[in-house]
Write a protein that binds this ligand. Structure first.
Ligand code: ASP
Ligand code: MG
Length: 478
């Protein structure tokens, strides 16, 4: 049994949904037991949220317009892909009902002039509530027995609206009561991604992009063989192809590497959302709906040893480097704790930290937008040290980028850092700061943003990542 999740672009148009139906038909030939999870059609969740926010701000137009636009968007698909008149009428009726609910909700938000997180979840859950019945009807129209399942009946969460946490035990109980029975009858359950409900039945959502989460929760509860994330790219690439045209799909990644890449801004699954599957060791495969035969990436606990020590290179932008410097800091305990305490109080998260062993400076990287408040907080915290000259200055440098070089085979492989810095040195790229975690899964370096793209290309070339697929050992079973 496998769980197949389709993202917004995969169900974004008539052509895309027709393609999804074909993918599902093909996958069923291999193993008829598939559970489908679907996102809303692309752009729909955004539209719903924008309209609700406008209503709260006293503007009725956006939700009236959205209502019509959403009706047309879904009706077109139904009109083109559902053959049976009765089925089509039923979908038309359902769309009408959901959109009337949307209008009523926005009307009350407008009257109240207030949008609570709870209210927002109800509104934003409507996209999946329309997409899943639509997709199920399209599948039936192609001769695939399918039925939609509203995840609010099976995925139980706490009431952290907007980013609800699943209560796995209760969820798995309900999932097991519902899904295997459908599979046993040869029916494909088409489950709404992203949405859930509390024990009391109040609608919640799992956070933006939360359909991945739904898929991994179902995979874990059903002990799936594999969770497949169907998207619009060929898995996870060695680098952003807009920067490095030679970037290639990585055949395999470990869960740890995937998490590291997600942290460093690559378009990879969010570590939190795949956790349920990770905990059970279920492989997660990222595939391209529009190129189902093309290369894809399997994320597993223990990938086969790669032919390259480095797997991917990412760049995160819009950052600033903060330096706290002073000769008097040497050997003074507690400076680091107080520095990061001051940052933490601003609610800003730190992406990278580096301290020279002479202890004369601590530097760390934060989002550029937060520089002013972080500096203010540091000046307040270290006021006495600054006055006494123990800390000389607190400085910020903008227009910097973190380049993260990720790969767990770097561990214990000597010479990786030399190759990275050699490649940059040859290109005359100045490295402003460096950090390597003791896990050795990544080396992060800070460079000026004007040199970032070149840095990524140089490192990519130095490790011959364009050959990643050929350098990988030939597939063995499993
Ligand atoms: N439709 C939701 C969103 O846009 C969930 C998802 O796409 O995974 O965030
Ligand atoms: Mg989405």
């Amino acid at each position: 049994m496998r769980v197949l999740k389709f993202g917004g672009t995969s169900v974004g148009s008539t052509e895309a949904i027709a393609q999804v139906a074909q993918v599902i038909a093909r996958e069923r030939e291999q193993d008829p037991e598939v559970v489908v999870v679907t996102s809303a059609m692309s752009g729909v969740t955004d539209m719903l949220i924008r309209a609700a926010k406008a209503a709260a701000a006293g503007d009725e137009m956006p939700y009236r317009e959205a209502r019509n636009e959403l009706l047309v968007k879904h009706q077109i698909v139904a009109g083109q892909l559902i053959e049976d008149g009765i089925e089509r009428a039923a979908i038309g009726h359902l769309l009408d009902e959901k959109l009337r609910e949307f209008e009523r909700l926005c009307q009350s938000i407008y009257v109240l002039g207030e949008l609570t997180p709870r209210g927002l979840d109800v509104v934003s859950s409507l996209g999946e509530q329309m997409a899943a019945p639509l997709l199920a009807a399209v599948l039936r129209s192609r001769g695939i027995p399918a039925t939609h399942v509203d995840a609010r009946e099976i995925v139980v969460t706490d009431d952290t609206f907007g980013a609800a946490n699943p209560l796995l035990e209760e969820t798995c109980r309900r999932v097991q009561e519902r899904i295997p029975a459908l599979l046993a009858e040869g029916v494909v359950p088409v489950v709404t991604g992203f949405i859930a409900a509390t024990r009391e039945g109040i609608t919640t959502t799992l956070g933006r992009g939360g359909s991945d989460y739904t898929a991994s929760i179902l995979g874990a509860c059903l002990d799936a063989e594999e969770v497949q994330i169907w998207t619009d790219v060929n898995g996870v690439l060695t680098a952003d192809p807009r920067i490095v045209p030679e970037a290639r799909t990585l055949p395999e990644l470990s869960y740890v590497e995937a998490a590291e890449l997600a942290y460093f801004g690559a378009k990879v699954l969010h570590p939190k959302t795949i956790l349920p599957a990770v905990e059970k060791g279920i492989p997660i495969r990222v595939r391209n709906t529009f190129d189902p035969e093309g290369p894809d990436t399997r994320i597993v606990r223990e990938p086969r040893p790669a032919g390259v020590p480095v797997k991917a290179i990412t760049a995160i932008r819009d950052l600033a480097l903060i330096t706290v410097e002073g000769r008097g800091m040497m050997g003074v305990p507690g400076i680091a704790a107080r520095t990061f305490g001051a940052v933490a109080r601003t609610g800003v998260s730190v992406l990278m930290i580096s301290q020279a062993s002479s202890e004369q400076s601590i530097c760390f990287v934060i989002p550029a937008a937060d520089v002013d408040k972080v500096i203010a907080s540091l000046q307040e915290e270290l006021e006495r040290e600054l006055r006494r000259g123990f800390v000389d200055h607190i400085a910020s440098m903008r227009d910097i980028v973190i380049i993260a070089v990720v790969g767990s085979s770097m561990r214990g492989t000597p010479g990786i850092a030399a190759r990275v810095f050699g490649a940059l040195g040859e290109a005359g790229i100045n490295v402003i700061a460096i950090a390597q975690g003791s896990s050795e899964v990544n080396i992060s370096l800070v460079v000026a943003d004007t040199q970032a793209d070149e840095a990524v290309r140089r490192i990519h070339a130095a490790f011959e990542l364009e050959r990643v697929a050929e350098l990988w050992p030939v597939a063995e079973a499993g």
